[in-house]
Write a new protein. Structure first.
Ligand code: KIV
Length: 278
């Protein structure tokens, strides 16, 4: 999937499927399933490292994750999420960090959070040829600092600000925009206003595509389940059951069985001989 074909999907009215992945095996599954895009989100910090929010995540932590996902998935458009304080200080630093995501992480594009205030940074990164995905609405990196996640686009002022942010990012050169926790009505207006695809997360049915955190889809994040996410299976329960079975088998001497053990050469030969005699 190239950035051009990703953008083309909006014109062709084909919904874009994006999912997060933070490791080789789930990336390989997502690739085999044919998702359009994989985001190595800074949610990695919460979902995998157990941080309370995304603020502590670093570039150094995310780059090896991008490489692992890249090894697992070659077809979907791979996007690296630029963590908090890796792009805010100056456009120059942002360009340098984006370059590391491409060169060292093997991604095709980067995502940065922020509306019109991020436009100059988006422009600098996209001008040197690195495609940028925008992210407006609830932007977890700063929402955390402001005391929590609040649905965006509940009134006309908020709507106008979000539409202006989306237009400003479009003008700055983003190839798409994540809309997080925006009312369905406003997400629809934004989607109809900008020419680049919108990817919704908790923003209703009218976005050009949808993204979810993989661990919310499979039921593997223990701390909370967002209202907007749909859980398709309960992997935590499967793991719990498997581990309980394993522990019981070990304690009862039921595992390992004959099929799981290795034998000395003589022992194997003796067994074959005794079989032949019979
Ligand atoms: O970090 C992340 O996973 C994200 C998506 C949920 C959009 O930013």
């Amino acid at each position: 999937m190239s950035v051009a074909s990703f953008m083309g999907m909006k014109a062709e009215n084909r919904k874009i499927v994006m999912v997060t992945s933070y490791d080789y095996p789930t990336a390989a599954i997502a690739d085999a399933v044919g998702v359009d895009s994989i985001l190595v989100g800074d949610s990695y910090g919460m979902v995998i490292l157990g941080y309370e929010n995304t603020i502590p995540v670093t570039v150094e932590e995310l780059l090896p994750v991008c490489r692992a996902v890249r090894r697992g998935a070659t077809h979907p458009l791979l996007i690296g999420d630029m963590p908090f304080m890796s792009f805010q200080v100056s456009p120059e630093e942002a360009v340098r960090t984006a370059g590391r995501f491409v060169k060292e992480g093997g991604v095709e594009a980067v995502k940065i959070e922020g509306g019109s205030e991020a436009s100059k940074t988006v422009q600098s990164i996209s001008r040197i040829g690195i495609p940028v995905l925008g992210h407006i609405g609830v932007t977890p990196q700063t929402a955390t600092l402001h005391g929590g996640y609040r649905i965006q686009g509940r009134n006309a002022d908020s709507r106008d600000k979000l539409v202006a942010d989306a237009k400003s990012l479009e003008e700055a050169g983003v190839f798409g925009i994540v809309l997080e926790m925006i009312t369905e009505e406003v997400a629809r207006v934004i989607t109809e206003t900008v020419s680049v695809p919108t990817i919704g997360i908790g923003s209703g049915r009218f976005c050009d595509g949808q993204v979810l955190v993989l661990h919310d889809i499979i039921g593997l994040y223990p701390n909370f389940a967002p209202k907007f996410a749909k859980r398709y299976t309960d992997v935590a329960a499967m793991i719990r059951q498997a581990l309980q079975n394993f522990a019981a088998d070990v304690r009862n001497g039921v595992f390992p069985e004959e099929q799981h053990v290795f034998r000395m050469e003589e022992d194997r030969r003796a067994k074959l001989d005794s079989k032949r005699k019979i």
